[in-house]
Each structure stands twice: as structure tokens, then as C-alpha cells.
Write a protein that binds this ligand. Structure first.
Ligand SMILES: NC(=O)c1ccc[n+]([C@@H]2O[C@H](COP(=O)([O-])OP(=O)(O)OC[C@H]3O[C@@H](n4cnc5c(N)ncnc54)[C@H](OP(=O)(O)O)[C@@H]3O)[C@@H](O)[C@H]2O)c1
Length: 311
């Protein structure tokens, strides 16, 4: 590690997005000094990662706790931030407002400014309300992330900033996979038409690649929003790619939207059915991201555990 190495703090380091950023940057030991953030150092994932990457420093912080954020980002050249989406029923149970995610994001932006962090890269999303010109207003987790992004961009005079917007994870398809009754075909369920093209990304590989690009091109990325989208594919295309890599029969089917209980997620699938989430963004990066074939090959996934009855 050199004295000139960049000091980078990674939020969500035990999760999909932050974990990808952590693995990508930690592979370059001499270039970056990494501080990974978790709410609890006692949890298994943080302990496992810390064993795998002994050169990474781990600290505890919570997006709901300003003091912990101020401490976590002290002395950082750069910070990667991501907020979790909390489903509406859980928010109600916790007695928290629908603005919770925005407030968490704003708290982190403010802490970075207060501690004079060099650059903050935040994971955000576009606004369905704006893209649909007010037709779809209920995708709360998207709107909160868009509000964080707007707040972040307006802070540009005080701190260098950039946002990344992850497309739909390929990984979601693994959670939505079932075997058919005969156990000879993998069925991918999707709450929408199986031939509808969606913007996809590989959260495990593409997030880290995009954030490394921003870290290494900090000045030219300042003030920009980067969609992380490897291409537009339908659930049926994903099933075809799965078959071409594994040799296992597969198909995508439409699951009724009524199966989606959370109103914010229901609104999100309505948005996906009629609109393009990146309609207003320029794809202004030449990063080579993951195709469905590359994803299935890298994932090693050959269907969910058997035996399983498809319901
Ligand atoms: N699924 C998709 O297709 C998709 C696509 C685009 C965007 N997204 C968005 O991606 C976000 C989730 O990212 P992910 O997939 O990386 O999540 P994830 O794998 O569920 O991980 C969540 C991370 O957030 C941390 N965290 C949770 N609450 C926290 C708090 N109060 N303070 C500090 N850290 C906290 C957790 O850390 P500890 O548990 O270690 O504290 C964990 O590392 C969601 O907001 C979602 O809307 C999802």
C-alpha cells in the first residue's frame, strides 16, 4: 500500500452492490485503502469478508445515526453510498415514514460534506413519476433514490459527486426460478409479459466495474449520472441464454401481478410494463458490462435445488 493510495469508504459492503465495489477495489491492494461499513461487525457476512480480505478495515455505522456516519467517513477521499429499500408494510411496522430512505441518503450526503470527503458516489434510480409524466407515482423506493440524486447533484459546489443507477439485477431470475412438475424444465416467473424487454445488469460484477471507472476518472465523472445497464432483454431471452449455457430446458412465464403484495413493487412492475427506466438518460459510458450468457456462465447456476414442485 502506498502513501498516495486513495482512501475509500464503502457502504453496503456486506450486500450486493457494496459487496461488488468492495471485491473490485480490494483486488487492487496498492491503489486503494478501503474501509468497509456494516451495522454490526458481529454478523457472519462481515466476519467472512474480513477473513477473506484482511487488508480491508471494517467499521460500524448506521444510516439512521448521524454521529456514526461522521465517524465512518472521516478522512475519506471517496465514499460509495447505497440505501436499502424497506417495504411499505415493514416501514409501517417500524413506525417509519415513506421518506425514510431519502432521509438516510441525505444524512450520508451531509456527513460527507461536513467531513470534507473528496467525492461521493451514490447508487440512485430514475423517477418513474417524471418518466411517466405523472401516470405512475407510487414507486416509493425509486422516487426516494431520485430525490437523493437530486439533492446530491445540487451539492456539487461543496463536494465532487456522481450517481450510478443499477438496472434490474440478472440475479433476480435465480430467486424467481422453479422446476416444473416433471423436474425437467426450469421456469422463470415474472410479473409481466415474458417477452417484454427490460434493462438488465449484473449487480455482482457490473457495480464494481462502474464504480472503479468513476474512482479512476474522478474529475471527468463529477456531476454525472451513470446508468449501469448491460442491455435490454426479455425474461424469455434470459431463459434462452440459460439453456444455451447449461443445456437445461427453460422458459419464462407471466406470474399474475396480484401475487406482488407490496404496493410500491406492484407500481414498479406496472412501470416496467409500459416504460423504459432509462428513457431520460444518455448511456454515456463505454464500459463492457455483462451479457445474459456471460452472467449464467459466471453464476454457475443450474436451476434451484431439486426436488421442487412448481406451484
Ligand atoms: N433488485 C434489483 O433488481 C435492484 C435494481 C436496482 C436497484 N436496486 C436497489 O438496490 C438497493 C439494495 O442494494 P443491494 O442489492 O446491494 O442490497 P442488499 O444486498 O440487500 O444489501 C443491503 C446493504 O445495506 C446495508 N444496510 C442496510 N440498512 C442499513 C443502515 N440502516 N445503515 C447502514 N447500512 C445499512 C446492509 O449492511 P449490514 O447488514 O452489514 O449493516 C447491506 O450491506 C435497494 O435500495 C434496491 O431498491 C435493486
Amino acid at each position: 500500500m502506498t502513501h498516495d493510495s486513495l482512501s475509500i469508504v464503502i457502504f453496503g459492503a456486506t450486500g450486493n452492490q457494496g459487496g461488488s465495489v468492495l471485491r473490485t477495489l480490494a483486488a487492487h491492494k496498492t491503489a486503494y485503502r478501503i474501509r468497509a461499513v456494516t451495522r454490526s461487525l458481529n454478523q457472519t457476512k462481515a466476519a467472512q469478508l474480513s477473513m477473506l480480505m484482511p487488508h480491508v478495515d471494517w467499521v460500524e455505522a448506521d444510516l439512521d445515526d448521524k454521529q456514526s456516519l461522521l465517524k465512518a467517513v472521516t478522512g475519506a477521499d471517496m465514499v460509495f453510498g447505497v440505501t436499502p429499500s424497506i417495504q411499505s408494510a415493514k416501514l409501517r411496522k417500524m413506525n417509519k415514514s415513506l421518506d425514510t430512505e431519502f432521509e438516510q441518503g441525505k444524512r450520508l450526503v451531509d456527513a460527507c460534506i461536513e467531513q470534507k470527503v473528496g467525492m461521493l458516489v451514490f447508487s440512485t434510480l430514475p423517477s418513474p413519476r417524471k418518466i411517466t409524466r405523472g401516470q405512475i407515482t407510487g414507486v416509493n423506493h425509486y422516487e426516494n433514490k431520485y430525490r437523493i440524486q437530486q439533492y446530491l447533484l445540487q451539492c456539487k459546489p461543496k463536494i465532487q459527486v456522481a450517481a450510478i443507477q443499477l438496472a434490474v439485477y440478472y440475479q433476480n431470475n435465480m430467486q424467481n426460478a422453479r422446476w416444473n412438475d416433471q423436474g425437467n424444465e426450469v421456469v422463470f416467473g415474472y410479473p409481466g409479459h415474458p417477452d417484454r424487454k427490460l434493462a438488465y445488469a449484473d449487480v455482482e460484477r457490473d457495480t464494481g466495474a462502474m464504480v472503479k471507472y468513476i474512482v479512476d476518472n474522478r474529475d471527468s465523472c463529477n456531476g454525472k449520472v451513470f446508468p449501469v445497464v448491460s442491455g435490454y432483454y426479455s425474461p424469455s431471452d434470459i431463459a434462452v441464454a440459460f439453456t444455451s449455457i447449461t443445456g437445461i430446458c427453460a422458459r419464462a412465464i407471466e406470474v399474475p401481478l396480484s401475487f406482488v403484495k407490496d404496493p410500491h413493487y406492484k407500481a414498479m412492475f406496472e412501470f416496467y410494463a409500459g416504460f423504459d427506466m432509462f428513457a431520460e438518460s444518455a448511456l454515456d459510458t463505454d464500459q463492457a458490462l455483462t451479457t445474459p450468457e456471460r452472467f449464467w456462465r459466471a453464476s454457475g447456476f443450474s436451476g434451484p435445488p431439486k426436488p421442487m414442485v412448481y406451484l
